[in-house]
Design a protein around this ligand. Structure first.
Ligand code: ATP
Ligand code: MG
Ligand code: MG
Ligand code: MG
Length: 464
């Protein structure tokens, strides 16, 4: 029997409601109260104030399904486990239950035949091994053992794998325990583990135990209010249940059908292109369909949106999909998701229109731009594409710098990224000065411009 996505969403919320959790709604994919990040990357993100001690109006046990976007995973798209958009099912304890209940309930939900019924022998878990800051999480280990988790499939791993905390900063943090499905793949060797990356273990749930406060002096003090934060990806749990990849479920099948009918090419022969087109278009649809009115642009979320759409267009062209194809794929996406996310239906016309406009804008220069790229790359003497050329591709042909970097990498060409950045900066200053001359006080928003550039640069670094 193949499990369907709707069934999993319902079961998850039902299960945690039975354990007295209040269902809260998904926040926007653009954070409401956090200007430091562009997108909501996890279910816990909108809950940070409550994890820090503020009282939540719905109580101390919460559950929901959160729309998440991780642009940092864009290079991974095309592999078997990463999407740039996914739904994260989560449950939280705000100073209520802790490790015992959290792990026991995860175990019950996953393995009980009343719920998901995954065979216990197919489960692996990891726990924090301990270091100078904090001791080994033997509590979690003991709980897993008592529940009956196979000892051979419990792995102790360091902070890099089994710790959550605001990177290098102060605040709540603590060990986590991650849950994996053991796939059909054989062990890659004697040291095969969930951390080796060979693909035998697929992570699908992460339970974080926020039990320390990291002080400014770098000390880890026990917290009085201990919280639990868990997150389970819908696409991943479908892999755990049905096998295959995150693209092999009813979430993607109507999208793939649309790509197939537009291209006349099969998924089997064009896996990466199918996955990139479906993933990026889906993420674009969810950004456009959100309440914030983000549209393609050269800054912040608008830049990410532009980059996603343009990358999808390039892969669609590879499959021979005609202009306007992306909007048709988006129709299939809205249809697939509109019952769960009615905002997509409400905003359908706007979503389609924006996609059409951006695709047309890019199509107009894409062929020329690719020709220009070939010309430049053929004439290179030292395999180095300079900043000026990269800037021209951006400014004249609308190539997001990441597209140039990707094309360059396919041909083992190095791009002078610093040079590009300096050239872009100069361009911005010039147009800024122009605007200042035209409008009195035009320099007033110089700081936002710099901030935008800064965050775009930050993003580039994340992507590199
Ligand atoms: P991975 O190690 O596979 O990149 P992660 O440790 O970064 O995952 P978490 O931050 O722990 O992921 O997020 C919680 C859960 O969200 C994961 O266990 C997984 O089920 C899901 N998830 C995370 N990233 C993605 C993604 N890019 N696409 C689909 N699901 C994801
Ligand atoms: Mg990750
Ligand atoms: Mg992980
Ligand atoms: Mg994880």
């Amino acid at each position: 029997k193949l499990y369907a996505s709707d069934e999993i969403r319902t079961k998850y919320l039902e299960f945690f409601q039975e354990k007295n959790h209040a269902v809260i709604s998904s926040s926007s994919v653009i954070p409401d109260n956090d200007p430091t990040v562009l997108f909501t990357t996890a279910g816990m993100h909108p809950l940070i104030p409550y994890l820090l001690g503020e009282k939540h109006p719905s109580g101390t046990r919460l559950t929901n399904i959160q729309k998440c976007i991780r642009t940092g995973d864009i290079e991974e798209v095309g592999d078997e486990t990463h999407c740039t958009f996914f739904e994260m099912m989560g449950n939280w304890s705000l100073g209520d239950y802790f490790k015992h209940e959290s792990i026991a309930w995860s175990w019950e939900f996953i393995t009980s035949s009343e719920w998901l019924g995954i065979p216990k022998s197919k489960i692996a878990v990891t726990v924090f091994e301990g270091d100078d800051d904090a001791p080994c999480d033997t509590e979690s280990y003991d709980i897993w053992r008592r529940l009956g988790q196979n000892e051979e499939e419990i792995f102790f791993l360091p902070k890099a794998d089994n710790w959550w905390g605001p990177a290098g900063q102060t605040g709540p943090c603590g060990p986590d325990t991650e849950i994996f499905i053991i796939s059909e793949k054989e062990r890659c060797g004697p040291s095969c583990s969930p951390a080796c990356g060979c693909g035998r273990y697929v992570e699908f749930w992460n339970n974080v135990f926020l039990q320390y406060n990291k002080t400014a002096e770098g000390k880890f003090e026990p917290l009085t209010q201990k919280n639990v934060d868990t997150g389970m990806g819908l696409e991943r749990v479908l892999v755990a249940l049905n096998g295959g990849t995150v693209y092999d479920s009813d979430l993607f099948s109507p999208i793939f059908a649309s790509i197939e009918s537009l291209s006349g090419k099969t998924y089997e022969d064009n896996k990466k292109a199918y996955r990139v087109i479906a993933d990026h278009t889906r993420t674009a649809v969810f950004i456009l369909g959100d309440t914030y009115g983000i549209t393609p642009s050269n800054v912040d979320q608008g830049y990410v949106l532009r980059r996603l759409i343009r990358r999808a267009v390039r892969f669609a062209m590879q499959l021979g999909i005609h202009e306007g194809g992306l909007a048709q794929i988006a129709e299939a996406i809205v249809d697939r998701y509109k019952l769960t996310y009615p905002e997509l239906q409400t905003n359908r016309d706007m979503i389609i229109r924006e996609l059409q406009t951006e695709e047309a804008r890019f199509q107009k220069t894409l062929v020329q731009g690719l020709r220009e790229f070939e010309k430049i790359s053929d004439s290179l003497e030292n395999g180095r594409l300079d900043g000026e050329a990269a800037f021209k591709l951006y400014d004249t042909f609308g190539f997001p710098i990441e597209l140039t970097l990707e094309l360059a990498e396919e041909r083992s060409i190095v791009v002078d990224f610093e040079g590009y950045r300096e050239r872009l900066q100069k361009h911005k200053q010039l147009s800024q000065a122009g605007a200042a001359q035209k409008f009195k006080g035009g320099l007033a928003d110089h700081s936002t411009q710099t901030a935008n550039l800064h965050s775009a640069t930050h993003l580039l670094h994340a992507a590199l």
